[in-house]
Design a protein around this ligand. Structure first.
Ligand code: GLU
Length: 486
């Protein structure tokens, strides 16, 4: 465990797709730990699996972290003393260590083919023995090696796991021990010399002077292998990074969160109009708590309050409803200009506005009417588009609600009533319609105003009706009501 070294924490994803909820929870905790301790937050891209990690996913990962405000001190784009921070640019470093481990006798060349390994695994399963490499190539004779070479076999580099066990203290789980009977000799580099995750991650954590590895629990079992690499690099236990394995994030059905049981991609949440501060707030609560049953935390407060001691070891359950509620709270807390700036790209995207100053002025007047009612930014488009459409039409599923006899008479009375409203202000519009329809015809407000809402906005969901009519203006409001009258 590192003592008195300046804290250095890394987030090291392998972007084989969009970063998902679990990745970002890890990134947030890494960032928060670094910020809380005044340490350094390193962003490293683990892209040695070149078939699956693409430039596009790497760019998206950078963009996602930036969007969430998880700024990094060292990594892609910002550089740093221990770069490069893309593993694909560090291949000779890993090759050098693989060669060193071979020379020291910590590792050996293994010539077993994939088919041979599979056949032996099959036999292990049949005999009920722990599966894993059986050590066949540990001590090949010179003749055996020549025979493999003559066959044209390209060996992998395999790490020798000594008998015994590995024990380390996980900051969340306490003491963890792995019996090496269950940690077979493992591959460091493929036949073509390219490194595997275990080699690259361990070498980089050492060379980048990482002091704390906070990462998902799925990587717990990889820790004894990484420790074996540290040993081969000549480190003493005091020089290893400390490990903290974060609890799993489960779906509502208690299975591990995945595409199958929830939306996992952070890009999806961004497109759906979730605020970065809401995502940070919600993800912070997945496995950690700020204390005092508190659930509303800003990014800055997470950094201020975060300690590993407050991370639970039991799995956390992802609750979409709760995220949505937090998002709604964060939206309500926004200043009007800020809300406008965040909503505008959605209105553009959805083709609601072109972005003229006149349109934005109308949006700005509308937002206070709906700020209390929305849970995501993406909902705004549907709510305000009636103010901007060139060709107005009532939504198909709402049409029946204005075509029945009662609605038709409501609309006719509304039309004639509105003729006499002198000042087109929402209070006056409301007063006139109430007098005519509620007092005059003894209708329930829901019935009377529901029909007018659909006639004017085209939908049964809209901002408050009378304010909507004021914003839309007399001419357009009345033309739409007239249009809904058969
Ligand atoms: N690159 C690994 C992954 O995305 C994580 C590495 C680590 O945190 O140790 O699964």
């Amino acid at each position: 465990m590192p003592t008195n070294r300046p804290v250095r924490v890394r987030f090291a994803p392998s972007p084989t797709g969009d970063l998902h909820v679990g990745n970002i929870r890890t990134a947030l905790f890494d960032w928060a730990y670094a910020r809380h301790t005044g340490g350094t937050f390193i962003f490293r891209i683990e892209d040695t699996d070149t078939d699956r990690v693409t430039d596009e996913y790497i760019a998206a990962a950078l963009d996602t972290l930036r969007w969430l405000g998880l700024n990094w001190d060292e990594g892609p784009e910002v550089g740093g003393e221990y770069g490069p921070y893309l593993q694909s640019q560090r291949l000779d470093i890993y090759a050098e260590y693989a060669a060193k481990f071979l020379a020291q006798g910590d590792a050996y060349y293994c010539y077993c083919s994939a088919e041979e390994l599979e056949a032996r695994r099959e036999a292990q399963r049949a005999a009920n023995v722990a599966p894993g490499y059986d050590g066949k190539c540990r001590s090949l004779s010179a003749e055996e090696v020549s025979a493999f070479v003559a066959l044209g076999r390209k060996p992998v580099v395999r790490m020798r796991m000594p008998d015994g066990e590995t024990t380390f203290t996980d900051l969340i789980r306490g003491e963890v021990t792995f019996d090496h009977n269950f940690v077979p000799d493992f591959v460091l580099a493929r036949g073509d010399g390219s490194p595997l995750y275990t080699l690259a991650v361990a070498v980089d954590d050492v060379l980048m002077k990482v002091t704390h590895v906070l990462r998902g629990e799925d990587l717990l079992s990889s820790t004894p292998r990484q420790i074996r690499v540290y040993q081969a690099m000549g480190l003493t236990p005091e020089e290893y990074p400390a490990f903290a394995h974060l609890p799993f994030v489960m779906g509502q059905d208690n299975a591990k969160l995945s595409k199958r049981n929830g939306e996992v991609s952070i890009a999806w949440y961004r497109d759906a109009g979730y605020l970065p501060e809401a995502i940070c707030n919600y993800l912070a609560l997945l496995g950690w708590s700020p204390g005092d049953d508190r659930e509303d935390v800003s990014r800055e407060e997470i950094a201020e309050l975060f300690t590993v001691e407050r991370v639970h070891s039991s799995p956390a359950r992802f609750d979409m409803k709760k995220l949505e509620a937090i998002n709604g709270d964060k939206i309500r807390a926004l200043e009007l200009d800020d809300l406008l700036a965040r909503v505008t790209p959605f209105l553009h995207r959805d083709g609601v506005i072109e972005g003229t100053a006149a349109e934005l002025a109308v949006v700005k007047l509308t937002l206070p009417l709906i700020q209390e009612r929305i849970a995501t930014l993406a909902e705004v488009s549907a709510m305000v588009k009636f103010l901007f459409v060139k060709e107005f039409a009532i939504e198909a599923d709402s049409l029946p609600k204005v075509s029945d006899e009662q609605s038709q008479s409501v609309l006719q009375v509304a039309l004639s009533t509105l003729e006499s409203v002198a000042d087109w202000k929402h209070a006056d519009i409301e007063a006139a319609l109430r007098t005519a329809l509620i007092d005059g015809l003894a209708l329930k407000p829901r019935i009377a105003f529901g029909a007018i809402r659909i006639a004017v906005t085209g939908s049964h969901i809209s901002p408050p009706l009378f304010e909507s009519m004021e914003l839309l203006g007399r001419e357009r409001s009345m033309a739409r009501i007239a249009g809904a009258v058969k």
